[in-house]
Design a protein around this ligand. Structure first.
Ligand code: UDP
Length: 249
């Protein structure tokens, strides 16, 4: 039985990376489509105000802790999350499993050409990997029924078991919530910038920074203009942690 840690409006599964991967592989071959979300501090803060995102979270089959602050909060409040299960780690690990099990994967999102580079990098590492498609949809595609339908058609044609969706939050979560069920099967994973990481487009922080919860600082130094406002807003997670701690006492 899975134990859950609740933080604000997220109910997060207390799973190790290996356990999460096992559950995702089951979903990948299930008879119905599903989606997985990976909350970090930014999601927790957005969930406070975004009702649509709350609905998307409620419909997710699996909610996994991407951010270190989320893991720290669990240690304070309980039950404890065993470790971070980031989208950036899930993507290569699941590709490794997919190549062993002959599961088809699809990369949706990131800037034009980046997913193609991620495909080449992962295929070089796992020669048996079947990347059955990559697509960087145009900005605003989700609001254009025709363009959105084209994305669905591409996916239906490719019949992937695992669809890595890197459209940024909350777009990827909202998109998966409205569109995953249009496919008969397959598991969609909202993985943020993981396609960029796999492509070598964006460098990930060194391990000591990841473990110390300083990944945000590394990314901030790489993209200060885009990320400063986001990380400032994310400090509001402290209020959510405080509220949850008091509720649980
Ligand atoms: N992205 C996209 N379409 C959009 C907005 C973002 O494909 O309309 C991509 C962007 O290129 C990047 C990914 O979404 O590859 C996620 O970016 P972000 O850094 O916001 O992810 P996170 O910090 O959540 O991991």
């Amino acid at each position: 039985m899975t134990v859950y840690f609740t933080l604000g409006h997220a109910r997060i599964a207390c799973l190790s990376k290996a356990e999460a991967i096992a559950q995702i592989l089951d979903l990948a071959t299930a008879a119905k489509a599903s989606y997985v979300v990976t909350p970090n501090a930014d999601h927790i803060v957005m969930l406070e105000e975004n009702e649509e995102l709350r609905r998307a979270y409620a419909g997710a089959q699996l909610v996994l802790a991407d951010g270190m602050p989320v893991v720290w909060a669990s240690r304070l409040i309980g039950p404890t999350l065993p470790e971070r299960v980031t989208g950036a780690e899930l993507m290569p690990l699941l590709c490794a499993e997919a190549s062993l099990r002959q599961l088809r994967v699809y990369f949706l999102g990131a800037a034009p050409g980046v997913a193609e580079r991620a495909k080449r990098a992962l295929e070089a590492q796992y020669p048996d990997l079947q990347v059955v498609g990559t697509y960087s949809p145009p900005l605003g595609f989700e609001k254009d029924p025709l363009q959105n339908q084209q994305v669905i058609e591409r996916l239906r044609f490719a019949r992937p078991h695992l669809i890595f969706v890197g459209l940024g939050a909350p777009k990827q979560e909202l998109w998966m919530a409205s569109n995953a069920s249009l496919l008969g099967s397959g598991v969609f994973l909202g993985i943020g910038a993981a396609i960029d990481f796999c492509a070598g487009q964006v460098r990930r922080a060194p391990l000591w920074m990841q473990k110390g919860g300083l990944e945000w600082l590394f990314r901030l130094l790489q993209e200060p203009k885009r990320l400063a406002k986001r990380y400032l807003r994310d400090t509001r997670i402290l209020a959510v942690i405080w509220r949850q701690w008091r509720q649980n006492r």
